[in-house]
Unconditional design. Sequence first.
Length: 116
Amino acid sequence: MRAVLSGRRWRAACASFVLCLFCVGAVSAQGAQDGLALAKAKTCLGCHQVDAKRVGPAFTAIAQRYAGQADAEQYLSKAIRQGARGRWGAVPMPAQSQVNEQDAQRLAQWIISLRP
Ligand code: HEC
């Protein structure tokens, strides 16, 4: 009897573990979708691609460069709003003044999350 009970308990624990993994996966996939949709809406993708260079560097390359930097999110959201120059090549990025502070922060978070 005891063995049956613990077997059931084990199955229940296992099921909730799998469910939990599923939820975490769904939530992070949602975040990735939101980030990409926002980048699209704010016309970032006219100059950037997620994982290849276009006019500007790939977002994954940006993630990689700033990954170890403690203030990366703040730095990048400021760079998005004020523009950037001289960091990646000869072409500067104009200030993205259509992006408000909150969206710039979300975009910065999303870009950092793309680190391969
Ligand atoms: C007109 C083209 C253009 C558009 C539109 C554009 N970017 Fe850029 N972006 C660039 C270029 C070019 C660079 C590289 C600048 C440099 O060398 O410092 C860059 C660099 C960056 C960087 C790295 C800054 C740094 O200091 O390393 C981030 C982050 C970034 N862009 C995010 C965005 C986001 C988010 C958007 C949309 C709101 C956007 N960009 C729209 C061209 C663009």
